[in-house]
Ligand binder design. Sequence first.
Ligand SMILES: Cc1cc2nc3c(=O)[nH]c(=O)nc-3n(C[C@H](O)[C@H](O)[C@H](O)COP(=O)(O)OP(=O)(O)OC[C@H]3O[C@@H](n4cnc5c(N)ncnc54)[C@H](O)[C@@H]3O)c2cc1C
Length: 474
Amino acid sequence: MGRAFVYVILGGGVAAGYAALEFSKRGIHHGELCIISEESVAPYERPALSKGYLLPEAPARLPSFHTCIGAGEKRLTLKWYKEHGIELILGTKVKSADVNRKTLITSNGETISYKILIVATGARALKLEEFGVRGSDAENVCYLRNLNDANRLVDVMKTFTGGNAVVIGGGYIGMECAAALVTNRIKVTMVFPEAHCMARLFTPKIADFYEDYYESKGVNFIKGTVLTSFENDSEGKVTAVILRDGTRVPTDMVVVGIGIRANTSLFENQLTLEKGGIKVNTRMQTSNTSIYAVGDVASFPVKLFSSDIRRLEHVDSARKTARHAVSAIMNPNSTGDFDYLPFFYSRVFTLSWQFYGDNVGDVVHYGDFSSGRFGAYWVNKGRMIGAFLEGGTKEEYEAIAKAVKLKMTVKDMGEFERQGIEFALKGDREVSSEIVSGVMVEKPAYNFHAAAGVAVAVSIAAFAYWYGRRRRRW
Ligand SMILES: Cc1cc2nc3c(=O)[nH]c(=O)nc-3n(C[C@H](O)[C@H](O)[C@H](O)COP(=O)(O)OP(=O)(O)OC[C@H]3O[C@@H](n4cnc5c(N)ncnc54)[C@H](O)[C@@H]3O)c2cc1C
């Protein structure tokens, strides 16, 4: 038993949805494209799961957040796929792949063959068991990666309204889930091994702001330690977590957000892997010319960082790598190298931040931390390469994005720090300036990147439009 398609997308998450829309825009025939997904629903905007989906009142539910609503584009429902002749093979896991035969074998034993394959398998949540802790399969321990996880978390939260939760991990998922738990009237203790939250991105000063804010909402932080075991009742439910120093924290429920691992296993020993993902070139093409990889599973050269190979775990990169791969497949001659500006964001409580670029080098903070309108710039070898902003306006977010894309030159760190957000805004306005109060905007760099800057601004504007409409929901 088997079916054959010209194009197959393996995985049905964010990248798959954006790739499908791009295929349809560029013109495919009915029956040429299929998406195989382990999940039982059409591709959706995964970030909604830790935001609008967890709200106690008027929570977001499908079909409202199917892709590609997150980028202000069409919402692709089952009906849309049907109308466009795109086969959705849902609730079906691919068990093996043979890149020489160009075939995939599904959990039903069906063989699906392709001419071109896009691997969009994303990532899975790391389990505590992988770190030697047993018992995370208890019914009141939750992870959050997919819709099933989110439904489970919602059910467990409802059971323990007014109770206590321990959140393991101080990254994205931990921070967003802690905020959601508080909003659901559950008292939270966060436990993580680092010295402060969001350690991969935040500076200690930025982290202080968010930790203070969380504490003002009743969240308790236990830092610099890890969970070593659970205590359970006679039914197997977790009743307390035990930390490395022996501390016992009683709890009604646990949420675990300790990182993810890219789903590469089908292609190990078949495709070149790097940085934990499937290595691709600037056209998202893997070491096998018939196979492309996009989203969380892809490790790609970031031009802005001297083509250093990076694997990003963020929705914007999933959307854009997917579109670029389809462009390279369908219109190879008019598709250039992927030129990406890394962009992450998060929203918790009434706070909201955006980050562009890379967080290496010297850091300069600016703005007013007491009022919640502040930011940071990262400077490496005299160039601005990263920017963070909390509570910014649309114009300010656009300006920091552009400043990083331009890698604006910083001559005088003191002046740079004093100017703060004005530095980016001025750079944005004074297009042809060469010297702005001791700060130089390099003319050639600007000219070279002008078109890219406009493209960035347009995509940010689309995001801002969507975000403005949706900020209370996801
Ligand atoms: C709760 C949550 C909140 C997030 N919030 C943010 C945020 O605020 N900002 C941000 O920038 N990013 C956020 N992210 C990250 C963002 O969602 C991911 O970067 C994005 O989903 C990656 O898209 P993807 O298509 O590569 O992978 P995914 O969206 O994970 O999709 C992968 C798909 O492949 C399927 N699959 C995997 N293996 C197989 C197989 N063998 N057979 C069949 N199907 C398979 C999976 O079931 C899944 O449907 C969040 C992620 C989560 C989980």
